[in-house]
Design a protein around this ligand. Structure first.
Ligand SMILES: *[C@@H]1O[C@H](CO)[C@@H](O)[C@H](O)[C@H]1NC(C)=O
Length: 329
């Protein structure tokens, strides 16, 4: 018969084991993507009742091997956030040698971090529906932007109340130019109709919609021009939600991305490269409008600012109002 003391110490030991510190390093794994023809097969996707709604999956797009130290830093920082369930680094550089990641160490402070290699070069793959995603919401982000924890938390709570919408931190706008009779891409201080993939939260249903339901020609434009996948996703979500995205005010550290003008929020930069960039993005809006046969983009106004307690506050025309009144509909 074991003594009472033995039983107590066994219980204490069991308790100790179950209380292992949560910041312990998780296993890093290297996963391969499914081939294109499989991603739209519902058999390869989890049933929606198996998906969790209390946390999100973070998809970090990576391409440059020299930026890997930065990606490692960003992934580690995000891994400590309670609203993040899991992190996938979506690796788009198909020239990277297959054993490259075997020797790369990703330190996690909580959420597991894995690398998924894209099977071929395409910006559309950042929106692939993936069977390994276990949450209703994903956040897509670039490899050079770090949004602060409180802002991520606020954005996720806003998404939970508005799961049909896009929630982001970086806003842009479309507009119709009367003189050229064409759609243009712009930054408007008063309103916006798109948020950028620098950091956006959306339902995984839109990944399926984007990859499997809209005309393939629209994704063809993204591949051909190597640009505008974020604009196309804004078309897809605005169609589904019948409303524009939600902008959340956030503090972000931005190491700069030529494609996205390097601006935070609504700041405007006007270099020659930006003028070219905007022209090209305007042409994308034209093309998507033509291919989809309508203009689903809708304007939103104001933005959600840091909450009083748990309730997010929304700014409109200089006034703060409760977001549920302002943006809940
Ligand atoms: C992609 O991978 C190749 C092969 O390792 C490398 O030479 C190239 O620099 C990478 N591209 C970028 C943008 O880092």
């Amino acid at each position: 018969m074991p003594s009472r003391r033995t039983i107590i110490s066994l219980l204490a030991f069991t308790l100790f084991l179950s209380l292992k510190p949560s910041y312990s390093k998780r296993l890093f794994s290297n996963l391969e993507s499914l081939e294109d023809h499989d991603i739209c097969d519902h058999k390869n996707l989890p049933a929606s009742h198996d998906l969790r709604g209390d946390q999100l999956t973070l998809l970090i797009s990576g391409f440059s091997e020299t930026r890997l130290p930065l990606i490692r830093q960003i992934a580690a920082a995000y891994s400590s956030l309670p609203s993040i369930f899991e992190i996938f680094i979506i690796w788009g550089n198909t020239s990277t040698p297959s054993d490259f990641f075997r020797f790369q160490n990703f330190e996690s402070l909580g959420a597991p971090i894995s690398v998924i290699r894209d099977p071929h070069l395409s910006l559309n793959l950042r929106f692939s529906p993936r069977g390994i995603i276990r949450t209703r919401a994903v956040a897509t982000c670039d490899d050079d932007v770090l949004v602060d924890p409180a802002s991520v938390h606020l954005a996720f709570r806003v998404w939970q109340r508005n799961p049909e919408k896009l929630v982001g931190f970086f806003a842009r706008s479309h507009s119709y130019d009367i003189s050229s009779k064409s759609w243009i891409y712009t930054v408007d201080p008063a309103k916006f109709s798109m948020v950028l993939t620098k950091f956006m939260i959306l339902s995984i249903e839109y990944l399926f919609e984007y990859s499997c339901k809209i005309p393939a020609r629209a994704r063809g434009v993204v591949d051909e021009w190597r640009n505008c996948e974020d604009i196309l996703m804004n078309f897809v979500v605005s169609s589904g939600a019948r409303s524009g995205p939600i902008l959340v005010e956030g503090k972000a550290r931005d190491w700069g991305d030529a494609r996205n003008e390097g601006g935070v929020g609504r700041e405007v930069g006007l270099s020659m490269r930006n003028v070219e960039h905007r022209k090209r993005r305007g042409l994308c809006i034209e093309e998507f409008h033509r291919i989809l046969g309508r203009m689903p983009l809708r304007y939103s106004y104001g933005r959600v600012v840091g909450g009083v307690g748990e309730q997010g506050m929304c700014e409109k025309g200089g006034d703060l109002v409760l977001c549920d009144q302002e943006l809940g509909g």
